[in-house]
Design a protein around this ligand. Structure first.
Ligand code: GLU
Length: 434
């Protein structure tokens, strides 16, 4: 089947995997950089892939085993860096995609890390706290030879948090001695950084603010819809509200609410903290179906949950003018082109949600120095870095479009962000003599 969707005609014999989709984005920017095929092959391929058997004795003493992955995508610029995800949909191709996104993300915000990602194919809602701890310890033992402060540094991701990172730290310590810098996103009492928990959502809004500004607009008064109310979505809602935007729609895995007059963000938070979900938010408030949330009327749409939720099949239904990828790869390449053709500005994941890994970097620096900063200091650095990373990408985009007046398809934020990232990783690779 051939679908002409703008920038190129994509021939689909079958659906591409998430990793193939990320590599398609890579290639479209590599084309603009006229990057050699040999380097493309090298830069796309993960350096190392670990597939491990995660085994535990469950609460009843029964043996259970799960598939665990750690993909080390690229370390040309520094140790592999990236989160650890617990989700039933985790699989090798998904983790490969997420690992490579980390390479490009760390390069865009210019921190000295490469990219990696881990995941375990489990449904954490079926496990109790004891079992989550056992799963984390088993996984840590399985990969412990291959991680470390100068090798590979895990962090939280979907369905993992500071507590889980604490278990990882402890298990690693049993094997290798006290090493807080082996993991970031830890509890404060174990060497975590102030501001890390909030960092991704905060960074999302810093980047959004800059994008609107660069386009002669402003965040104040904008109506915002957020899909997902986990760590990223909930903090994004909080800072959107603090910046003067109006949060008019939110959803999580159980419910969705939409009210053009605005939702009470504090109440949503109270509900989330109390019930672990927004489902009991407000009986008076208009509930909509979760599937509708991405297609509601709003200025700014922020997918902040899982990958590939906006596709060729539904992208036309998006009504927002600005789409901010707080989740990793929420748009397929076709959806990206459809939205671009409609004149929607899309801010890509590798810059939008880089605030999390940026503050992970600050945490790692603090761990190495055994000296801890005030939260304002962390937030200020985050603001500066997100702002300059965005401005740099914006400048590359504008230059590309100015220098190529006859081009059929304009350079987008995604094209420019990948160009910045690829150039940096390529340069580090070349300087190593490779
Ligand atoms: N899981 C987050 C991400 O996808 C943060 C990774 C990190 O801090 O290493 O960017």
């Amino acid at each position: 089947m051939a679908t002409s969707v703008g920038e190129r005609t994509m021939v689909l014999q079958r659906e591409r995997t998430p990793f193939e989709n990320v590599n398609m984005q890579f290639d479209l920017s590599a084309d603009r950089l006229q990057l050699d095929q040999n380097y493309r092959d090298f830069l796309k391929r993960p350096v190392r892939e670990l597939l491990v058997n995660v085994t535990i004795k469950d609460r009843n003493g029964c043996l259970r085993s799960f598939e665990g992955y750690r993909i080390q995508h690229n370390n040309a610029r520094g140790p592999y860096k990236g989160g650890l995800r617990y989700h039933p949909e985790v699989n090798l191709e998904e983790v490969r995609a997420l690992a490579s996104l980390m390479t490009w993300k760390c390069a865009v915000v210019n921190i000295p890390f490469g990219g990696g990602k881990g995941g375990i194919s489990i449904d954490p809602s079926t496990l109790n706290e004891y079992e989550i701890q056992e799963v984390t310890r088993s996984f840590t033992r399985a990969i412990s030879q291959f991680i470390g402060p100068q090798t590979d540094i895990p962090a939280p991701d979907v369905n993992t948090n500071a507590k889980v990172m604490g278990y990882l730290l402890d298990e690693y310590q049993r094997l290798h001695g006290f090493t807080p810098a082996v993991v970031t996103g830890k509890p404060l009492a174990l060497g975590g950084s102030l501001g890390r928990n909030e960092a991704t959502g905060r960074g999302v809004m810093f980047a959004t603010r800059e994008m609107l500004k660069a386009n002669g607009d402003r965040i104040e008064g904008k109506s915002v819809v957020i899909q997902g109310f986990g760590n990223v979505g909930s903090h994004t809602a909080k800072y959107a509200h603090e910046m003067g935007a109006k949060v008019i729609g939110v959803s999580d895995a159980f419910a969705a609410f939409y009210d053009p007059k605005g939702l009470d963000v504090n109440k949503l938070w109270e509900c989330q903290l109390r019930d672990g979900s927004i489902k009991n938010f407000d009986a008076q408030q208009a509930k909509i179906s979760r599937d509708e949330i991405l297609f509601t009327e709003c200025d700014v749409l922020i997918p902040a949950a899982l990958g590939e939720v906006i596709t060729r099949g539904n992208a036309n239904g998006v009504k927002a003018r600005w789409v901010i990828e707080a989740a990793n790869h929420p748009l397929t390449p076709e959806a990206d082109l459809i939205l671009t053709d409609k004149g929607v500005h899309v801010l890509p994941d590798i810059i939008t949600n880089a605030g999390g890994v940026y503050v992970s970097y600050l945490e790692w620096v603090q761990n190495q120095n055994n000296f801890y900063w005030k939260e304002e200091e962390v937030n200020e650095r985050l603001n500066d870095s997100m702002t300059s990373a965005f401005r740099n990408v914006h400048e590359v985009m504008v230059n590309e479009n100015t220098n190529n007046p006859g081009q059929k398809f304009p350079c987008t934020y995604r094209r420019a962000a990948y160009m910045v990232a690829i150039k940096r990783v390529y340069e580090a690779t070349k300087l190593r003599g490779l």
